[in-house]
Design a protein around this ligand. Structure first.
Ligand SMILES: Nc1ncnc2c1ncn2[C@@H]1O[C@H](COP(=O)(O)OP(=O)(O)OP(=O)(O)O)[C@@H](O)[C@H]1O
Ligand SMILES: [Mg+2]
Length: 331
């Protein structure tokens, strides 16, 4: 089990992600586009690609102008994300916001994005999922919005290409002081604007409520990823979620793009199939093609505070998170 920063990929895992033939890896190495390392496995040294090697490859081909080498031309070339500021949202609790936002932030970083993860829930689960256990000793967005701490002083690094503004229980007390601040819903977007140049994508995990803090993030974000568990109560709550978003759009005269990501799908359960069908029937245009299956790998990744690639790179969870990440970043 590898932590995020110690991730290593086999040549076939790398080739899969980069959408190239495995045989082109030596060409990429000789072009100086890809650095590989040797890892001892049993009695043999195996060629591997470390996390930084993969990130540098994607950054290099993204920035490449003119005709790229044949290998890169045929592969996957990440562009800038369609929406730089995104949030994972649902007023209902326990639908998978923190789990998927953490996995998304780590996967986007693997694809060479410079990522800022923003924990807007006093439970601090995004922070824990990103392996931060001392968030109670650190500044949070509370200090930025209420005590005027410069936002860059609330940012910590949690791995290559991945920064975090953590959260702790103190953040649960933000609603009253934030309510009393002038321009309360604009304070977060104004703070984010000060550091947004440093990042390709900023991803927030939110608290399960129609709070002012979440409202502030709806003012800051361009894309709202609503995580909906494929169970009847989660589906029932969707009308309220969509109404909340529409209210915010009206009040702040903004147009938000909304995606609904079905989570915890189990194809063996009739109820799961029914809820997915109803979600598509009612909110079809908003539903992502990617569906996240229920998988023990996601629970295990939470327990180990790492990415699903550190748990089981060949599992269904890694497959689903990969598809979701590409879709939410580029489509
Ligand atoms: N696809 C999945 N398969 C299996 N377990 C999952 C999946 N998605 C989330 N979980 C598990 O469900 C639980 C709730 O997930 P999570 O904490 O991410 O939800 P949340 O929406 O952030 O909750 P809250 O509203 O309290 O912030 C966690 O134990 C998590 O590991
Ligand atoms: Mg959560």
């Amino acid at each position: 089990m590898a932590s995020f920063k110690d991730l290593c990929f086999t040549p076939s895992e790398f080739a899969n992600t980069a959408k190239i033939e495995r045989g082109t890896i030596p060409m990429l190495e000789s072009d100086g586009l890809l650095k590989t390392i040797k890892r001892r496995m049993g009695n043999v040294d195996r060629k591997m690609i470390a996390l930084q090697g993969m990130q540098e490859y994607f950054r290099a081909i993204r920035e490449m102008n003119g005709t790229p080498p044949v290998a890169a031309a045929t592969g996957f070339k990440p562009t800038q994300p369609r929406h730089k500021i995104q949030m994972f949202y649902n007023v209902k609790g326990g639908t998978g916001k923190s789990t998927l936002s953490a996995q998304y932030a780590m996967r986007a970083s693997m694809l060479g994005m410079r990522v800022l993860a923003l924990d807007l829930d006093g439970q601090g689960h995004l922070s824990v999922n990103l392996d931060v256990l001392d968030a109670h000793e650190r500044p949070t967005i509370y200090d930025v919005l209420i005590n005027d701490l410069p936002i860059d002083q609330a940012i910590m690094n949690v791995g290559p290409g991945l920064d975090l503004i953590p959260a702790n229980l103190g953040l649960c007390n933000i609603e009253i002081p934030l309510n009393n601040k002038p321009r309360r819903e604009y304070r977060l977007s104004e703070a984010i604007a000060k550091i947004s140049d440093r990042y390709d994508i900023i991803v927030a995990d939110t608290n399960p409520a129609a709070s002012i803090l979440n409202g502030s993030m709806l003012v800051a974000a361009g894309l709202v990823n609503v995580i909906c568990a494929t169970n009847p109560l989660s589906f029932h709550g969707m009308s309220l979620v969509m109404a909340t978003i529409e209210d915010m759009e009206r009040e702040f005269q903004r147009k938000l793009e909304v995606r609904i990501v079905p989570n915890m799908y189990d194809s063996r359960e009739v109820i799961s199939q029914e809820v997915l069908g109803e979600l598509k029937a009612q909110f079809g245009a908003h539903c992502t093609r990617s569906v996240i299956n229920r998988s023990v790998d996601l629970n295990e990744a939470t327990k180990r505070r790492t990415t699903v690639w550190g748990v089981n790179a060949k599992g269904i969870a890694a497959h689903d998170i990969h598809n979701m990440t590409e879709e939410l970043l580029f489509n």
